[in-house]
Design a protein around this ligand. Structure first.
Ligand SMILES: Cc1cc2nc3c(=O)[nH]c(=O)nc-3n(C[C@H](O)[C@H](O)[C@H](O)COP(=O)(O)O)c2cc1C
Length: 276
C-alpha cells in the first residue's frame, strides 16, 4: 500500500501511547475494515536494545494496513529499528516529531525535532537509504506558532517523507485550547505529498466536515472507548448497549491474551500499573 494510492479520504486511528496497542487496534479493525492503523510510539533505542520493547513489534495480520510509530533522534538507530519493522511486514514507519512530554523533549526527541530540521531530515534519509519502507511524519503546527511550518514540512518532503500528519496545536499549547486547522489547509498548497489533519475530530462525519483540501484525518481521543467513531453514521446505526458490552469484553480478552504473550516472551511480569 502506497500513501499516494489510498482511497480518499484517508481515515486513520491516531497513535496513542498506552491505548493503540495490538489489542485495541484489532478491535478498531474488526469494526472498520478500511481505517489505517498506527501503533503507539516506540523508542528506536528501546527496539534495538531491549527484548521487552521488541514485543511491540507483535501484531495480528488483520491489523494491516498498519504503520509503526517510532521516536528517538539518532538517524542510525532509526535505520536499525525501521529494518526490524520491515522484517515484520508492516506497511511503513511514522516518525514522532510532535510529542510535547517533558521527558521526550528533554532527550531531543518528539517535538524537539521541529527545532532541529537537519536531524529530522537525516532521520528520514537514513531510513530511506537502509530499507524499502515508506516513511511518514506526525508533527505539530510549530514550537510557539506556525511560522516555520511550511519550510519544515517542505524539507521533510525533500528528504523523502511520503505523508505528513499535522496536529493543529503548537508544542507550547500541548493539549490546551482548540486545534487550529487553518495553517494545515494552507500547508497543503505547498506540498505534493498527502497531508492529514488531526486534532479534536469527534467522529467520521466531523472529519469530513473539516477535510477541505486535505487528503484525510486522524482521530485520537474520541476513539478511546468509541471504536465506532470511524464509521459513517449515515450508513451504520450507533451500537446498542449489548454490542458495546460485547466489544468491551472482546477488548479485555485480547488485552489479557497479549499480556500473557509478553510474559511468556520476556519471562517477566509487567510492572504494576505498567502498560500492556
Ligand atoms: C493518551 C494519549 C497518548 C498519545 N500518544 C501519542 C503517540 O504515541 N504518538 C503521537 O504521535 N501522538 C500521541 N498522542 C497524540 C494524538 O495522536 C493526537 O495527535 C492528539 O491527541 C490530538 O488528536 P485528537 O484530538 O484526535 O485526540 C497521544 C494522545 C493521547 C491522548
Amino acid at each position: 500500500m502506497r500513501w499516494s494510492e489510498v482511497k480518499r479520504p484517508i481515515v486513520c486511528l491516531a497513535p496513542m501511547d498506552g491505548v493503540t496497542n495490538t489489542a485495541y487496534r484489532q478491535i478498531v479493525r474488526r469494526l472498520n475494515p478500511e481505517v489505517i492503523l498506527f501503533s503507539e510510539f516506540t523508542s528506536v533505542d528501546g527496539l534495538v536494545r531491549s527484548e521487552r520493547v521488541r514485543t511491540k513489534l507483535d501484531y495480528d495480520p488483520s491489523e494491516q494496513p498498519l504503520f509503526m510509530q517510532l521516536f528517538g533522534n539518532n538517524p542510525q538507530m532509526f535505520a536499525e529499528a525501521a529494518k526490524m519493522v520491515e522484517q515484520r511486514g508492516m506497511m511503513g514507519v511514522d516518525i514522532n516529531m510532535g510529542c510535547p512530554a517533558k521527558k521526550i523533549v528533554h532527550s531531543q526527541h518528539g517535538s524537539a525535532l521541529m527545532k532541529d530540521p537537519d536531524t529530522a531530515c537525516r532521520i528520514i534519509e537514513s531510513i530511506r537509504n537502509n530499507c524499502g519502507l515508506q516513511v511518514s511524519v506526525k508533527t505539530r503546527l510549530g514550537w510557539k506558532n506556525e511560522d516555520g511550518l511550511i519550510d519544515f514540512c517542505r524539507s521533510l518532503q525533500s528528504a523523502g517523507t511520503s505523508m505528513i500528519t499535522i496536529h493543529g496545536r503548537t508544542y507550547s499549547q500541548a493539549f490546551k485550547g482548540v486545534a487550529n486547522w487553518e495553517p494545515i489547509y494552507e500547508l497543503k498548497n505547498h506540498l505534493q505529498i498527502p497531508l492529514l489533519g488531526n486534532g479534536d475530530v469527534l467522529d467520521y462525519q466531523d472529519g469530513i466536515k473539516r477535510l477541505e483540501n486535505l487528503d484525510g484525518f486522524m482521530i485520537g481521543r474520541h476513539a478511546i472507548g468509541n471504536p465506532w467513531c470511524f464509521q459513517d453514521s449515515k450508513k451504520y446505526p450507533q451500537p446498542v448497549l449489548g454490542e458495546r458490552i460485547r466489544v468491551a469484553l472482546d477488548h479485555y480478552g485480547l488485552l489479557c491474551a497479549n499480556t500473557l504473550v509478553i510474559m511468556s516472551t520476556t519471562s517477566s511480569m509487567p510492572k504494576p500499573g505498567g502498560r500492556v
